[in-house]
Design a protein around this ligand. Structure first.
Ligand code: ADP
Length: 546
């Protein structure tokens, strides 16, 4: 999502694209100062007037004859009442409206998401013919835009079938292997996929039980890579027989970094200083947090490139992966900042310092989504019996391959054997955004001999696991069933965020199992043999030895 907005005017009033004017924008002082000032004025006026009234009643003076000080106090009272009402009252009303908007957004509003209008509206047929074949012909001729089929027919299944047939006619290529029936197209309308022509089938395997933090999980993995589930399953077995793995969530915050341009680098530095000043955090977070009941600003980190300023906002997002949530909050703050920095030109709500779906050091170092570490101590006997290798062989291989080898390759977050294999398979099964496997697979695998060299301490540290249990593809039937299998389906009403954090730890536990097993296969020289057994296609097996 790249929202791009430009302006060249000098004052806030000249920005027609500004989406919502906030009551607080009009204030010349930071909100917390004006809040205190008017609260004090309110209390002072009330106390003063009450005292004066009591005195007048005692001395039987008429109440309606006012001294100058009383008139001033009444003005003070009225002014503070107006301020306090417009500040807290409007904020309260805005929060109700925005939380309603948010729910509508989540539940159904996306189904109404606007499709672009056809390029030549005159060509568009207003009333559709009865038969599917005639409609197919009209789509082929371009008289009915394919993307309008759902809204024109009011029937998603029929629209998919017609689009599928029209596509075969247009391209002259068959789509026989692509199933059309048996999928709930209503559930993806306006939120998961546009212009569907069918669905791709993927097998889901299960690895486990994975014993993690004392609980058993059966991990669903959607993949077409032979060996992957079997190998992860073997890692789970080694972990379970050694007493299980343990995980810790070190950090939980989604980030979005807009880029804005100012007239000069000096001015950009002024904005950086303003945004990073802790004294302004209260005001900025107040504005940011209005976007959602769950999004809570944690911090802002800025970087400059000449007169361009990149502001990396990080916030907690409850059980949502959080990209929508953080983007809405950031938009609020950008609108707000235009008051004090009218010369700020918003280049894009995403300036790539976020950094979403691209390998970037900032995620590796700062973390994005959930930062998790997961560890286990595997007994030497289990390494020999289950994993068919030895502790010294694993330790040595880890140093030479995952640490030195990755350093030689100039890896960025890739100090592991195949974390992305497990991350992608679990992501697809549970309805996560598979493109986020780029940074979610950042992982450093450590292996050390412990207990006098008898056992192996193994850990995976993954700073940017981006997962959610609400929103996106998580509510689709099959993905939601996989989340249910893990006990993390939907929002956690008692403790928002617990489900998504638990899912992140399960991902890390499965990665731990996958690392253990593949590294053992490599150490024992078994990899080619096992791929021949489980994956006897004509694929190049060597390429599977990530
Ligand atoms: P994302 O920000 O990951 O793209 P969405 O915006 O698609 O997520 O979904 C989040 C929606 O789910 C929001 O509208 C939010 O109000 C709603 N929601 C309900 N319960 C929760 C929860 N426990 N945590 C986070 N969001 C929740």
């Amino acid at each position: 999502m790249e929202l791009r907005r430009r302006h060249s005017g000098a004052t806030a009033a000249t920005y027609p694209s500004r989406s919502r004017i906030l009551a607080s924008d009009a204030l010349p002082l930071p909100i917390r100062h004006t809040n205190r000032l008017f609260s004090a004025l309110f209390i002072f006026s009330v106390v003063f007037l009450m005292r004066r009234w009591r005195q007048k009643i005692r001395s039987s003076s008429p109440l309606h004859i006012l001294a100058f000080s009383e008139i001033l106090a009444i003005f003070g009272l009225l002014a503070s009442l107006i301020y306090l009402f417009s500040f807290f009252g409007i904020t309260f009303i805005q929060s109700i409206i925005s939380s309603n908007e948010e729910e509508v957004d989540f539940a159904s509003d996306r189904k109404l998401s606007a499709c672009p209008l056809p390029e030549n509206p005159k060509l568009v047929i207003e009333t559709l013919p009865e038969s599917d074949d005639e409609i197919v012909e009209l789509v082929v001729l371009g008289r009915i835009p394919s993307y309008l089929l759902e809204s024109k027919l009011g029937d998603c299944d029929r629209a998919v079938l017609i689009r599928n047939k029209a596509l075969q006619k247009i391209t002259g290529r068959g789509l026989e292997g692509l199933p059309v029936n048996g999928f709930d197209y209503n559930s993806i309308l306006g939120q998961c996929c546009e212009m569907p022509i069918g669905y791709v089938q993927l097998p889901v395997g299960v690895a486990g039980p994975l014993i993690l933090d004392g609980i058993e999980y059966h991990v669903p993995m959607a993949t077409t890579e032979g060996c992957l589930v079997a190998s992860t399953n073997r890692g789970c077995k080694a972990i379970a027989e050694s007493g299980g793995a343990h995980s810790v969530v070190l950090r939980d915050g989604m980030s979005r970094a807009p880029v804005v341009r100012l007239p000069s680098a000096r001015r950009a530095a002024e904005l950086k200083a303003y945004v990073e000043n802790l004294a302004n955090f209260e005001t900025i977070s107040l504005v940011f947090n209005r976007s959602s009941r769950f999004g809570r600003l944690q911090g802002v980190k800025c970087a400059l490139a000449g007169r361009n300023l990149y502001m990396r906002f990080t916030c907690s997002t409850g059980d949502a992966m959080g990209m929508n949530m953080v983007s809405k909050g950031v938009q609020n703050v950008l609108d707000f900042l235009l008051t004090d920095f009218p010369d700020m030109d918003v280049i894009s709500i995403s300036g790539n310092f976020c950094s979403d779906k691209k390998p970037a050091a900032v995620n590796w170092i700062e973390g994005r989504g959930k930062s998790v570490v997961c560890e286990a101590t595997i007994k030497g006997e289990i390494i020999r019996r289950v994993l068919k290798t030895t502790v010294p062989a694993l330790v040595e291989l880890n140093i030479i391959k995952n640490l030195a080898g990755s350093a030689v390759a100039g890896a960025l977050g890739g100090f592991n054997a195949h974390a992305s294999n497990i991350v992608s398979a679990v992501f697809i099964a549970t309805g996560q955004d598979p493109a986020q496997n780029v940074e979610s697979s950042h992982c450093i695998t450590m292996m050390e001999a412990v207990n006098d060299g008898e056992d192996l301490h193994v850990s995976v540290t993954m700073p940017s696991i981006e997962v959610g249990t609400v929103g996106g593809g998580t509510q689709l039937a099959s993905q939601s069933a996989c989340l249910n299998l893990l006990g993390v389906k939907g929002p956690n009403p008692e403790s928002p965020g617990s489900n998504s954090r638990l899912l992140a730890t399960i991902v890390s536990g499965a990665v731990l199992a996958g690392e253990l097993s593949l590294m053992s296969a490599l150490a024992a020289g078994q990899l080619v043999k096992s791929h021949m057994k489980y994956n006897r296609s004509s694929r190049d097996i060597a390429s599977a030895a990530q």
